[in-house]
Every structure is written in C-alpha cells, then in structure tokens.
Design a protein around this ligand. Structure first.
Ligand code: NAD
Length: 250
C-alpha cells in the first residue's frame, strides 16, 4: 500500500500504460485522477476501476494546451486537496515516411509528447513547491534512446529523446523537494502498437533479449517505483524497461 494518503494525476490515463498505472496505484491505496483527450477512453477506464471497487476521477482535456492543463491540475487539487504525484504519460505518433512528413506532423507530435510534459509539470509543481514535496515521472520511449530512433516516427523519437533531457533539467530546477525521473518503455502491447503489422511485432519480440513485448503492467511497475517513497533518493534518472532490446546495438 505504497500510495496510501497520496494523490496522483496521470496524463493519457484513459487506456494503455496510463490506465494500468492508475489501476495499480488505486490498488495500493492511492487517490487517482486521469486526464485524457478521449472521453470514450475515460469512460471505459472509470468503468473498469468501478468494477474492481475503486473510484477513478476523470478529466477530459488536451494536455498540450496551457489553459486546459491549468484547469485540470487546479480541478484535481480542488478535488483531492493536493497533488503528490504527476505521471506525464500522454503520447501519440503520426507514422509517415520521411519524404511525406510535414512541419504540422512535427509541431503536433512535439506539442503532445514534449511540450505537454513541461506544461503539466509546471502546473503541478506550483502546488508541489508550496507543500515542499512531490514526484514527477515522465514517460519517454526506447525510441528516444541513442541509436534507437525509429524510421517513420523521427519527430516522435526526437520528442522522446528530449523528454529524457528535460527530465534532468527539471530535476535540477525543482530540487530539493521534488523528484523528477523518466521511465522509457520498450515495445509494449497496447492499442498504440496493436495496429502494427505482425512482421514488425515479430521483429520487436525477437529483438528483445527477453523474447517478448512488454505488458502494460511491466511498465507500470517501474512507474510506481519511481512515484513511490522507494525512490526518495533518485532524481533526474531514466529507467529503461525494454526487455534488453537496446542491448542489441552492442
Ligand atoms: P495509448 O495510445 O494506448 O494511450 C495513450 C492515451 O493518451 C490515449 O488514451 C490517448 O487518448 C491519450 N492522449 C493522446 N493525446 C493526448 C492529449 N493531447 N491530451 C490528453 N490525452 C492524450 O498509448 P500507450 O501505448 O499506453 O503509451 C503510453 C505512453 O508510453 C506514451 O507516451 C507512449 O509514447 C509511451 N510508449 C509506448 C510504447 C508502446 O510500445 N506502447 C513504447 C514506448 C513508449
């Protein structure tokens, strides 16, 4: 019960890794809110939580928009009285070959995967700094690691690499009372990866030394660790949860 007495807000928490993280924090006694762009994802996540006997608070917002982020974080604090944990998990890709990429693809992808991390962290840090306590966990990707950028989603890879760097800067600026860390998931079975062709998934499985894709729970366990008191002396770090996929470069 590591999250008893703690309140956590998870972005992109309507499905996938974010929704699984929310359920696992609820199961460990946390008070949890999720923010998501998609109302259907939110309704499903709330229903799943209810069916397991938990109350999940939902907020519908686009986390790349300053006013919507402020409204959400302030609404969350009004509801729960404080914000102890922020998980910046919302993300998306626009897969398209290099020669078809547009500046709009870049702007949208950077806004959702990178700038949202700054916006949500700034809005949450206002409350965390006042209480001199808080944990922020940013979600990057195996694609943000050196040598692992992926064809067709180069702007996503660039955004996720920037999240690792941004985490280190935020860790310095928000110290000593707020810990900021990154979890970089490897290939994970969610609705984001479900549409990929079987041959691509096969490559992801064979490329990982542990010979499988991650389940959302594999990633959520790392997020929970960095969001918990178990990680009180860890800040500015990146925890790569990729089944050894990145080892193949060596
Ligand atoms: P997912 O698509 O299943 O869930 C992402 C959620 O974010 C969705 O519910 C979506 O509606 C929401 N979202 C998207 N844009 C938003 C916005 N602007 N505002 C608010 N909500 C928004 O994805 P997932 O696989 O669970 O991935 C979660 C995170 O993990 C993402 O940051 C992703 O880049 C990262 N990641 C995933 C994988 C993987 O293999 N699945 C690998 C590495 C990193």
């Amino acid at each position: 019960m590591r999250f008893e007495g703690k309140s956590a807000l998870i972005t992109g928490g309507g499905r996938g890794i974010g929704a699984t993280t929310a359920l696992m924090m609820l199961a460990e006694g946390g008070k949890v809110g999720v923010v998501d762009l998609n109302p259907d994802h939110l309704a499903k996540a709330a229903e799943t939580a209810r069916s397991r006997g938990y109350a999940l608070k939902t907020f519908q917002a686009d986390v790349s928009k300053t006013d919507q982020v402020r409204r959400t974080v302030d609404g969350f604090v009004e509801e729960f009285g404080r914000i102890d944990i922020l998980v910046n998990n919302a993300g998306m890709t626009i897969p398209r070959p290099f020669m078809e990429k547009t500046a709009e693809d870049w702007v949208k992808t950077l806004e959702v995967n990178l700038i949202s991390v700054f916006l949500c962290a700034q809005a949450a840090a206002k409350h965390m700094l006042a209480r001199q306590s808080g944990k922020i966990v940013n979600i990057s990707s195996i694609r943000g690691i050196e040598h692992c950028g992926r064809e067709g989603v180069m702007e996503y890879s660039a955004a996720k690499a920037a999240v690792i760097n941004l985490t280190k800067t935020m860790a310095k600026e928000l110290a000593p009372h707020i810990n900021v860390n990154t979890v970089a998931p490897g290939h994970t079975m969610t609705d984001l990866t479900a549409p990929l062709p079987d041959a691509v998934k096969k490559g992801m499985i064979e490329g990982a030394y542990l010979k499988r894709m991650a389940q959302p729970e594999d990633i959520a366990k790392a997020i929970l660790f960095l969001a918990s008191d178990d990680a009180n002396f860890i800040t500015g770090q990146m925890l790569l949860v990729d089944g050894g996929f990145s080892l193949k470069a060596g």
